[in-house]
Design a protein around this ligand. Structure first.
Ligand SMILES: NC(=O)c1ccc[n+]([C@@H]2O[C@H](COP(=O)([O-])OP(=O)(O)OC[C@H]3O[C@@H](n4cnc5c(N)ncnc54)[C@H](OP(=O)(O)O)[C@@H]3O)[C@@H](O)[C@H]2O)c1
Length: 268
């Protein structure tokens, strides 16, 4: 198992879902964790889970789309634990109100999704890199999505934002490598969280499972394991890559579902 003892990790969106899984796994590998998100209660639950297992963590409620948040999180990490070694850009999503066909979406739907998933991830990485430059080392991990490398009907702007982060990951890795900073991404397939469970039930869940060679949907710990590796010294020669963690799935099921709907409407 990779050893993160003495390292401090900031996880955005650490209160639930994949972010909680990453926070808990980082702490289990020995890291101090700064867990952030907008709502305090879920963050406190993550911290309690980490502390109950003997780890160290602090909760810092903040909105990552506020440009003052990344420097604040860097400062809190340094105050609480003396360094900031790994930054995980995990906060992200497309709210239900922002789902829509590209022919229909408006500027607000575009801005909310792109600001959260790409703009805030970039400026958070920049703030992290400025602190890491002073330390001469650091690892930045961007949580993207399978949607970043496939057509993503009904949330095209989300797929575009994640694709943008994967491209920025490569450029940041090139520009910041000489400062000792590694930048990588992890692209999950469908992972079971409260959010995905709410929209994936019965037949829809089974269709997703049927598209995964490994025969099941992902769990937060599947994504967290890749993140622990990328945070560790064992990954010291790994930078600028995106690791797909998706049970081997290649089928863009959203694409197929959309094409079925088009065919049905054509026949109607
Ligand atoms: N689950 C999947 O199937 C899947 C697949 C591919 C990629 N992903 C990616 O994996 C990451 C985590 O996804 P998830 O499914 O675990 O999401 P989730 O369950 O919806 O959790 C999102 C997390 O981000 C936080 N967050 C949202 N907006 C924020 C903001 N403005 N400022 C700070 N924190 C914010 C939320 O906390 P608050 O609401 O308290 O702020 C929450 O902790 C995302 O980047 C997502 O795009 C997920």
């Amino acid at each position: 198992m990779f050893n993160l003892k003495g390292k401090t990790v900031v996880v955005t969106g650490g209160g639930r879902g994949i972010g909680r899984g990453i926070s808990v796994a980082m702490a289990a590998a020995g890291a101090n964790v700064v867990c952030s998100g907008r709502n305090a209660a879920p963050l406190e639950e993550t911290v309690a889970e980490i502390e109950a297992a003997g780890g160290r963590a602090v909760a810092v409620p903040a909105d990552i789309t506020d440009m003052a948040t990344p420097p604040l999180l860097v400062a809190r990490a340094q105050e609480a634990f003396g360094s900031m070694d790994t930054w995980v850009n995990n906060a992200g999503s497309a709210a239900r109100g922002d789902v829509g066909a590209l022919i229909d979406i408006d500027e607000g739907q575009w801005d909310r999704v792109v600001d959260l998933n790409m703009k805030s991830a970039f400026f958070a990485a920049q703030a992290a890199a400025r602190a890491m430059r002073d330390q001469g080392r650091g690892s930045i991990i961007n949580i993207t999505s399978r949607s970043g490398s496939h057509p993503n009907p009904m949330t095209g702007q989300y797929g575009a934002a994640k694709a943008g982060v994967e491209n920025l990951t490569m450029t940041m890795a090139v520009e910041w490598g000489h400062m000792g900073i590694r930048v990588n991404a992890v692209a999950p397939g469908v992972v079971v969280t409260e959010e995905t469970s709410a929209v994936l039930s019965g037949d829809r869940a089974q269709k997703q499972i049927d598209s995964v060679p490994m025969g099941r949907l992902g769990q937060p710990h599947d994504i967290a394991s890749a993140c622990v590796y990328l945070a560790s010294d064992e990954a010291e020669w790994v930078s600028g890559i995106t690791i797909p963690v998706n049970g081997g799935s290649r089928i863009a099921i959203g694409h197929l579902a959309y094409m079925r709907r088009v065919a049905k409407n054509r026949g109607a």
